[in-house]
Design a protein around this ligand. Structure first.
Ligand code: HEC
Ligand code: HEC
Ligand code: HEC
Ligand code: HEC
Length: 466
């Protein structure tokens, strides 16, 4: 039976008929497609600081979905893992910006038609904030194993059932016990049983348990068919293998996808009434079984941006000027006897020998980089792409005064006293790894290696004699 006539049959049968898993033998297999992405972590667009971070973003996720839906009309979109925040949480100086971004993320999720999402450890570190944020996000948030009490639980539900072309799909959401969740195994088994009794033929668990946590939980048996294991590192090589895990007979199929919307997973099932089996390329599932296929589409920056979401992102960038200028404070002045920042032009007055180095150095263009990205009012980006951000006697978004770019004093420390005295004692010659790491952290400089990176700074006129 072709898909089209099958759809006709489903319509003729009506919904009541569809809820029974046992079907007459003349009914053909039911096909359903679901899309999944993971660990958005409140990212409208990843920073792109390192080459492996140049993928993902809600505008391109939406474009991938738009293209994919051409062959899978009505397929729901699910999200696993941390939804709104990353592990840095909500530093005070970013609070107004994060609140505005959460509104924009919610708009994007609703536009994409996300049918269910769970939350993760970073979201859950901010229980009061999360309770306020979830209603505004406006999509169903699923947590099957919530803590007995937490302010955000009221904004969630234990499960949701989606009707995907006549296939009733039960969706669970699992959070780690370390984040306050009740033990995921018992909660999932009980909820899955109830959903199956209500007619669900496929149970998908969205998790934020991490890969190891998900595997450990699966070994004791979860009673679900598919588990999406979110929570990968930024530098992870995500496997597209479908891995059967759990007690024999009825395993759970574990699938993974990349963080920050870097990939969109496509889950295709054909339900025949037989037991579920995964199909691998060149390895068909046993005859008569229901089958499951998983594939990942990379969300590359060579794709066009989906226009509606692109314009909401551009609006967010433009709004940041007002949001952040209204609340930004000036940097505090240096304490008595301490140095403040004077800027590279002052240094070059006496260190002409470093000019050729400076003009070629990548740090010289750090501000231009975020000008091109229209991020000069995004305090998060600005904090690492300028000199002395919010340090005593340094810069702020209100007061940059020649401290654009990552200048001499980002590495050698504030130099006002040295610029007056010319004394070596007033400036740091050596730059420890910890100084570089304030900016070259694993989230922005995925391949940072102190010795190799430092070597690139040492040239004639700067550290290598003349
Ligand atoms: C924690 C510090 C930090 C933050 C925050 C940060 N960056 Fe960066 N950025 C870096 C570092 C360090 C590099 C260089 C990484 C490398 O090459 O290893 C970089 C490089 C880049 C580059 C690549 C430049 C090139 O041409 O090679 C872009 C683009 C960029 N950042 C944009 C952004 C944007 C946009 C934001 C805000 C969303 C941002 N950055 C936030 C530290 C940061
Ligand atoms: C008024 C001139 C003058 C200005 C302005 C100046 N320097 Fe210097 N700097 C010197 C002199 C002279 C030395 C050599 C001191 C010595 O060896 O006793 C020096 C040495 C240094 C050293 C090496 C220190 C050491 O322990 O060997 C560094 C690093 C340095 N300067 C960085 C800077 C930076 C960064 C700035 C801008 C904030 C700057 N300088 C501004 C005159 C200046
Ligand atoms: C205040 C933040 C900051 C500090 C401190 C910092 N960097 Fe950077 N670094 C950046 C940014 C931002 C870029 C990317 C500039 C751009 O192209 O926009 C960068 C780029 C680089 C690059 C070029 C990388 C590439 O892909 O071409 C090297 C090398 C580098 N940094 C080495 C270092 C070393 C070594 C230290 C410590 C001695 C250091 N940086 C300290 C922010 C910083
Ligand atoms: C990204 C970090 C970084 C930036 C930016 C940077 N330097 Fe350096 N600088 C270093 C490192 C690392 C060394 C080597 C220190 C050592 O000897 O281990 C160094 C060495 C020096 C020395 C000693 C050179 C020698 O041969 O003895 C001077 C002087 C100096 N820098 C001045 C400057 C000035 C002036 C600027 C701005 C125009 C600047 N540096 C920008 C990291 C930086």
């Amino acid at each position: 039976m072709t898909r089209l006539t099958w759809l006709g049959v489903l319509l003729a049968l009506g919904c009541g008929r569809l809820s029974t898993p046992d079907r007459a033998p003349d009914e053909g297999p039911r096909e359903a497609t679901l899309f999944v992405f993971s660990d958005l972590r409140g990212t409208l667009k990843p920073c792109g600081c390192s080459p492996d971070l140049r993928r993902g973003g809600v505008d391109r996720v939406a474009e991938v979905l738009r293209l994919a839906r051409a062959s899978a009309a009505g397929a729901p979109v699910l999200h696993a893992g941390d939804l709104l925040l990353d592990d840095e949480g909500i530093p005070d100086f970013l609070r107004p910006q994060i609140d505005a971004k959460t509104t924009a993320v919610g708009e994007a999720l609703r536009f994409m038609g996300v049918a269910a999402a769970t939350v993760g450890p970073s979201d859950l570190q901010q229980p009061e904030w999360l309770a306020k944020a979830l209603p505004g996000v406006g999509i169903p948030i699923i947590v099957t194993n919530p803590p007995p009490t937490a302010p955000w639980v009221a904004g969630t539900r234990r499960s949701i059932v989606l009707d995907v072309r006549g296939v009733k799909v039960g969706v669970l959401g699992l959070i780690p016990e370390a984040s306050g969740g009740s033990p995921p195994g018992p909660a999932a088994r009980a909820e899955a049983d109830a959903l199956r009794q209500g007619g669900a033929v496929l149970i998908v668990a969205l998790s934020s348990l991490g890969l190891r946590g998900a595997k450990r939980t699966l070994r004791e048996g979860l009673g679900v068919d598919v588990l999406v294991a979110a929570g990968q590192g930024l530098d992870a090589i995500v496997s597209d293998e479908v891995e059967p895990l759990g007690p024999g007979g009825a395993p759970t199929y574990l699938v993974q996808s990349f963080v920050q919307g870097g990939q969109v997973g496509r889950l295709e099932v054909v339900m025949t009434g037989g037991p579920l089996a995964a199909e691998f390329p060149g390895e068909p599932a046993p005859k008569g079984s229901s089958t499951l296929r998983w594939s990942l589409t990379p969300v590359g920056w060579d794709l066009p941006r989906e226009p509606t979401i692109a314009s909401l992102m551009d609006r967010f960038d433009a709004d940041l000027e007002q949001i952040n200028m209204a609340t930004a404070s000036d940097p505090v002045p240096p304490a008595a006897g301490e140095a403040g920042y004077v800027g590279v032009e002052k240094c070059l007055e006496c260190h002409e020998e470093t000019r050729a180095f400076w003009e070629k150095d990548r740090h010289h263009d750090a501000w231009e980089t975020i000008v091109e990205d229209k991020k000069t009012f995004d305090i998060y980006c600005v904090s690492c792409h300028v000199t002395g951000f919010m340090r005593p006697g340094g810069s702020s978004i209100k007061k940059l005064d020649g401290l654009h770019d990552v200048q001499c004093e980002s590495c050698h420390g504030p130099g006002s006293l040295h610029a007056e005295s010319s004394e070596a004692a007033h400036i740091q010659r050596e730059v420890p790894e910890s100084t570089c790491r304030t900016c070259h952290n694993p989230k922005h400089s995925t391949r940072f290696d102190y010795d190799a990176y430092k070597k690139r700074l040492l040239v004639p006129g700067h550290g290598l004699g003349d």
